[in-house]
Design a binder for this molecule. Structure first.
Ligand code: NAI
Length: 327
């Protein structure tokens, strides 16, 4: 067994938290030889519920669970953490304007960024799941001036996995037969699931499907899958979101397979003409805990228009939260 690492999870008593913690504790995220100490953050009124979750974690007697810290104090939650999964967020309430939503989340992710800045490991890997995930990640990053900005990422992996599942169903393949799926941009309905580089059993995905299915079926289905699940389940996706968060972190820690890549929301750096300043979904390869944007992909006019539209939305979200950035 290796020395334990510390993994913070916020919103730990919520739906996603309940689907996530047991898998992290069981070793699904970092492997069966990597013990973890969980740092669980909740708001004060949810601490009794969180205690129940801690009791259940202990009752699982997981070989890879080396300790649990449950707290409502940011400074305790992020002390020396190597990984932070920021799940807890303010959902949009009835009649809540977008501006109010961004503001309410700023009040959560600004202080969390500062606490990570002050207390976390210097190469902490931060994944923001709580929506609006890309812009919440930007707020946290902009309040953590002493950390590498690249420590802050947002989750588009659920969209990536949804795209794999739709394409597998259409082509009669298994998701593991598909390589090089890409989600560009925002984790929202403007995201662009791009099949132009994807392969199914080594064949170009676009040679196996027609443009009408791609435009009228695949893209909207992936973009609106979250809403479809809310409609069907009466609650937002939780187990699949938790599973995608595990995938994102495992890929970041353990790397991508040869000949494949993953989609991660990461700071834009000008690649593919997306100017710096937003957290944008890109195809990445990962090695030794560092991600690198896949370069040199041909972008046609159809893709360009969609990549620009999702960037535009992210710039608008950024404009609404810039006053929350540390000076
Ligand atoms: P939930 O409402 O069941 O749980 C959220 C938990 O966060 C609650 O227990 C709440 O007490 C806690 N919380 C609120 N503010 C907090 C704070 N300041 N610090 C610590 N904890 C806090 O919600 P659920 O279903 O677990 O979803 C969580 C978030 O994940 C939502 O914002 C949701 O929209 C988002 N989400 C993101 C997805 C993605 O692909 N990026 C997919 C699905 C959900």
């Amino acid at each position: 067994m290796k020395a334990p690492v510390r993994v913070a999870v916020t919103g730990a008593a919520g739906q996603i938290g309940y689907a996530l913690l047991f898998r992290i504790a069981a070793g699904d995220m970092l492997g069966p030889d990597q013990p973890v100490i969980l740092h669980l953050l909740e708001i004060t009124p949810a601490l009794p519920a969180l205690q129940g979750v801690v009791m259940e974690l202990n009752d699982c007697a997981f070989p890879t669970l080396a300790g649990v810290v449950a707290t409502d104090d940011l400074n305790v939650a992020f002390k020396d953490v190597d990984y932070a999964l920021l799940v807890g967020a303010r959902p949009r309430g009835p009649g809540m304007e977008r501006k109010d939503l961004l503001e309410a989340n700023g009040a959560i992710f600004g202080p969390q960024g500062k606490a990570l800045n002050d207390h976390a490991s210097r190469d902490v890997k931060v994944l923001v799941v709580g929506n609006p995930a890309n812009t919440n990640a930007l707020i946290a990053q902009q309040n953590a001036p002493d950390l590498d900005p690249g420590c802050f990422t947002a989750m588009v992996r659920l969209d990536h996995n949804r795209a794999l599942s739709q394409l597998a169903e259409k082509t009669g393949a298994h998701t593991t037969d598909i390589k090089k799926m890409t989600i560009w941009g925002n984790h929202s309905s403007t995201q662009y699931p791009d099949l132009h580089h994807a392969t199914v059993n080594g064949k170009a995905a676009m040679s196996l499907v027609d443009q009408t299915w791609y435009e009228a079926d695949f893209i909207p289905t992936v973009q609106q899958r979250g809403a479809a699940i809310i409609k069907a389940r009466g609650a937002s996706s939780a187990a699949s979101a938790a599973s995608a968060a595990i995938d994102h972190m495992r890929t970041w820690a353990q790397g991508t397979a040869e000949g494949d890549w993953a989609s991660m929301g990461i700071p834009s750096d000008g690649s593919y003409d997306i100017a710096p300043g937003v957290i944008y979904g890109y195809p990445v390869t990962v090695k030794d805990g560092k991600y690198t944007i896949v370069q040199g992909l041909a972008i046609n006019a159809f893709s360009r228009a969609r990549m620009d539209a999702t960037e535009k939305e992210l710039r608008e979200e950024r404009a609404g939260v810039e006053h929350l950035f540390a000076k």
